[in-house]
Design a protein around this ligand. Structure first.
Ligand SMILES: NC(=O)c1ccc[n+]([C@@H]2O[C@H](COP(=O)([O-])OP(=O)(O)OC[C@H]3O[C@@H](n4cnc5c(N)ncnc54)[C@H](OP(=O)(O)O)[C@@H]3O)[C@@H](O)[C@H]2O)c1
Length: 294
C-alpha cells in the first residue's frame, strides 16, 4: 500500500514549527519577519497563488504584504518599487508573482531583487551558489519544498538513484542540483531528463525516486515506474472538467490511479507539491530573517 505524501498535512506541521520560532524571536523583542509579494495585473491564477502566500504568512506570524500594480505599470516603475523594497530593512523577503505582462522583462525583474531577499531563489547569485553546493544561498522554493516534504516523511535521497524529468530553471534543474548536493537532503545519484532524452522510460524505470516536472497531464504511466519507487509529481495543469463548478480541475504529470498500486510513496495533485512550494518560501524567509538576528 503506497504512502500518500500529503503536502497539505506536511505544510501545516512545518508551518506550526515556523510559527513557534517566530513567536520566540518576537518574544525576545525582535520584529516579525516581513514578506512582500508584488502582483502585477489581474491574472486569476496569480491572484490565487498570492492569496495563498498571504494566508500562509498570517498562519506563521509574518508581516505579509501584497503590493498590487496595474498591468500598465512600466518596467522602470516596477524596478523602482523593487529597489524601494530592497532598501527597506523591515522586509526580509520579496517575491514578484510571475508571469508578468509582456512589456516587462521577467529576467530583469528577477535579477533586480536583492539576492538576500530573493526568497523564491531565482536570482543568478542564488542559482550559482546552488550549483556550487554552497549552503549559504537561498534555495528555489519548489525544489526546497520537495526536500522538506521528503524529510517530513523520512524519505532519504542519500545513495539513491533519482531521476528528474524536466530541466526548467525553477523546478527540474535546481531539483537535480539540490538532490545531488553533499548535504543532508542530497547525496543522491541524479539523472536529469528532458525532451531530447532518448528512450525516457528506460531512465524512469531505473529511478528509486522519480521527480516529474513537465506540465503534461498523465504523461508518466505505470509501465514507466519501478516497483516500490517514490514518485514526486510537480505537474499542475488545469484540465477541463464539466463535473466541477469551476469547469476545471488540476491534473499532475503522473497517471496517479495507475501508478499508485506500484509505488511505495507518491504525491497527489493537488495537495502534494503545491503547498510545499509555499512552505519552501516561508522557510526561506525565516532563514533570511534569522540570519539577521543571529
Ligand atoms: N506545484 C508547484 O508548486 C509547481 C511549481 C512550479 C511548476 N509547477 C508545475 O510543474 C510543471 C512543470 O513546470 P516548469 O515550469 O518546470 O515547466 P517548463 O519550464 O515548461 O519545463 C518543462 C520541462 O519538461 C521537459 N519536457 C517537455 N516534454 C517532455 C517530454 N516529452 N519528455 C521529457 N521531457 C519533456 C522540457 O524539456 P526541454 O527543456 O527539452 O524543453 C522542460 O525541461 C507545470 O505543470 C507547472 O505548472 C508546479
Amino acid at each position: 500500500m503506497a504512502l500518500v505524501l500529503d503536502g497539505s498535512l506536511a505544510a501545516a506541521s512545518i508551518r506550526l514549527q515556523i510559527a513557534e520560532e517566530v513567536k520566540a524571536y518576537v518574544a525576545k523583542g525582535h520584529r516579525a519577519p516581513g514578506l512582500v509579494a508584488i502582483l502585477v495585473g489581474e491574472d486569476g491564477a496569480s491572484q490565487t497563488y498570492v492569496g495563498a502566500k498571504k494566508t500562509a504568512c498570517d498562519e506563521v506570524g509574518y508581516a505579509g504584504d501584497v503590493r498590487r500594480f496595474p498591468a500598465s505599470i512600466t518596467e522602470e516603475a516596477l524596478l523602482a518599487e523593487i529597489e524601494k523594497i530592497n532598501q527597506d530593512e523591515s522586509i526580509d523577503g520579496l517575491i514578484v508573482q510571475l508571469p508578468l505582462p509582456k512589456h516587462i522583462s521577467e529576467e530583469k525583474v528577477t535579477q533586480a531583487i536583492l539576492p538576500g531577499k530573493d526568497v523564491d531563489g531565482f536570482h543568478d547569485i542564488n542559482m550559482g551558489k546552488l550549483a556550487k553546493g554552497d549552503e549559504a544561498g537561498v534555495k528555489p522554493a519548489t525544489p526546497y519544498g520537495i526536500t522538506l516534504l521528503m524529510k517530513h516523511y523520512g524519505i532519504e535521497a542519500n545513495g539513491k538513484h533519482v531521476v528528474v524529468v524536466g530541466r526548467s530553471n525553477i523546478v527540474g534543474r535546481p531539483m537535480s542540483m539540490l538532490l545531488s548536493a553533499a548535504a543532508p537532503y542530497g547525496n543522491a545519484t541524479v539523472t536529469l531528463c528532458h525532451s531530447r532524452t532518448q528512450n525516457l522510460a528506460a531512465f524512469t524505470r531505473e529511478a528509486d525516486i522519480l521527480v516529474v516536472a513537465l506540465g503534461k497531464p498523465g504523461f508518466v504511466t505505470a509501465d514507466m515506474v519501478k516497483d516500490g519507487a517514490v514518485v514526486i509529481d510537480v505537474g499542475t495543469t488545469r484540465v477541463d472538467d464539466a463535473s466541477r463548478k469551476s469547469g476545471w480541475r488540476l491534473c499532475g504529470d503522473v497517471d496517479y490511479e495507475a501508478v499508485l498500486p506500484k509505488v511505495s510513496a507518491i504525491t497527489p495533485v493537488p495537495k502534494g507539491v503545491g503547498p510545499m512550494t509555499i512552505t519552501g518560501l516561508m522557510m526561506n524567509t525565516l532563514e533570511v530573517y534569522k540570519a539577521k538576528f543571529a
